[in-house]
Design a binder for this molecule. Structure first.
Ligand code: SF4
Ligand code: SF4
Length: 440
């Protein structure tokens, strides 16, 4: 009987590890569907980006109040999880506050520090909930942005509420523990933390409870807190909050080229060089691959990692001139559509095995021609993204496919292409008329 809580804890830990591990395996496998692309050069710059943008959240501070609140949630949640180490050890070994003895007088200081962080997380999450649901910040509103309808809007609310509840459980647990210490009750009396800075305000509200009720409250909040964190670890892998982890690799492997630089397509460059006589035609030309992208398998693995790293913050969409002028395009939707496509592939695998492929394609079934043709290639979305996501690279690849594989460009574009081909300029004047504008 004595070991039942430890056994239950071990089972909960095992189930969490299994479920989270399974999801991580699937996500990794879908990212690997993407095409190879080397992003291991310029390591110092990459490391710098990761430290500044993922760890330091530099771009978030463009809106200072939101930046500070977001940093509070992030730092608070990550640092409080150090406390998890103690909770996990207590859970496995059946001890109570195992670090109190080795840390000695430093222990209460650490716990109070965690309490301040927990209060910061609680406060910031409450503000975020108000911004989304009461102040109705435009970029989060499903009525204005269709990609925010349903799950994305609910997901944000679930996670913010869960964080508030978890922090409240943590603080209540400390308050109950402190009262039991002062009553010298059982093993609670063996640890002396002194009154806590934040949960000291909760303590008077539960001070009238009996010893048994306080022990039950302390145990309930302890289990609630740890099981909530375990649930969070699994939930994270289904949610946009995966960015807490993926922001790090995503910024490390981010695009370091100047934003205006579009990558040439090697097969096309080679063809042009041959036409201009600066390269030799190969004796045995190999098969030319697909131009652009029709589905996620034609995109780079980095674009697929981008899709899983998207925080759905909508900063890209707010800055997008096409979206601002009422066009159908939303760069955030491009990212969520790409992730939805990957998730649908995963579902197909789970039902029918890893060889399964369906008839759907990213372009057509998820993203429409109208969306990709509305893009001005201005890079505002890339500039705004706090975690170095590049929606434009996906748009360009889809557009290349539409134009080069299916010859489905708008009439106005076709005229420009024809002019480029015949006049070597986008206009309809022949090259020998090029200097006529200076004649007078
Ligand atoms: S590059 Fe395209 S999608 Fe991105 S902000 Fe500009 S118009 Fe919008
Ligand atoms: S692509 Fe970047 S800016 Fe746009 S919603 Fe996702 S995380 Fe936010």
């Amino acid at each position: 009987m004595q070991f039942i809580p430890q056994i239950l804890f071990l089972i909960a830990l095992g189930v969490t590890g299994y479920l989270a591990g399974k999801r991580v395996f699937l996500i990794r496998k879908t990212i690997q569907l993407g095409k190879d692309e080397d992003r291991t050069d310029r390591r110092k710059e990459r490391l710098r980006n990761m430290l500044l943008l993922a760890l330091g959240q530099k771009k978030m501070f463009r809106k200072p109040v939101v930046g500070i609140l977001h940093f509070m949630v992030y730092a608070g949640f990550v640092l409080i999880n150090i406390e998890m180490l103690e909770i996990v050890l207590d859970g496995l070994l059946g001890t109570h506050r195992i670090f109190s003895r080795p840390l000695g007088s430093f222990y209460p200081f650490v716990l109070n520090f965690f309490e301040i962080l927990a209060f910061g997380v609680l406060l910031a999450c409450a503000v975020f909930l108000v911004r989304r649901n009461i102040l109705k910040v435009e970029r989060f509103q499903p009525a204005r942005h269709r990609e925010m309808k349903g799950w994305p809007f609910l997901d944000a609310n679930i996670i913010l509420t869960l964080e508030i509840v978890l922090m409240a459980a943590f603080l209540t647990m400390n308050a109950a523990d402190y009262i039991l210490q002062t009553r010298d009750y059982g093993h609670f009396g063996e640890v002396r933390t002194g009154a806590f800075l934040i949960s000291g305000f909760i303590a008077p509200a539960i001070d009238g409870l009996s010893d048994q009720a306080l022990v039950a409250l302390e145990r309930f909040t302890w289990w609630f807190h740890i099981l909530g964190i375990m649930f969070f670890m699994v939930y994270l892998t289904y949610s946009k909050h995966l960015h807490i982890i993926l922001a790090f690799p995503n910024t490390y492997f981010g695009d370091l080229d100047a934003k205006g630089r579009m990558r040439n397509m090697p097969a096309v460059s080679e063809e042009v060089k041959i036409m201009l006589g600066i390269a030799q035609a190969p004796e045995n030309p190999g098969e030319v691959g697909r131009f652009g992208a029709r589905d996620v398998t034609d995109l780079s693995w980095k674009s697929l990692m981008d899709a899983y790293s998207c925080t759905e913050c909508g900063r890209c969409t707010s800055a997008c001139p096409a979206n601002q002028t009422g066009k159908l395009l939303s760069p955030r939707k491009i990212m969520t559509d790409t992730r939805d496509r990957l998730e649908d592939i995963q579902k197909g695998w789970l039902k029918n095995g890893y060889d399964y492929t369906d008839e759907k394609t990213l372009l057509g079934d998820y993203i429409s021609d109208e969306e990709i043709l509305a893009c001005t290639s201005c890079n505002a979305c890339v500039q705004e993204c706090p975690v170095m996501i590049n929606p434009l690279s996906i748009i360009l690849e889809l557009r290349r496919y539409r134009v080069m594989e299916e010859s489905k460009a708008p009439q106005s574009w076709n005229m420009m292409f024809q002019n480029l081909e015949t006049n070597m300029a986008p206009w309809k004047f022949s090259p020998d008329q090029r200097m006529e504008w200076v004649r007078d």
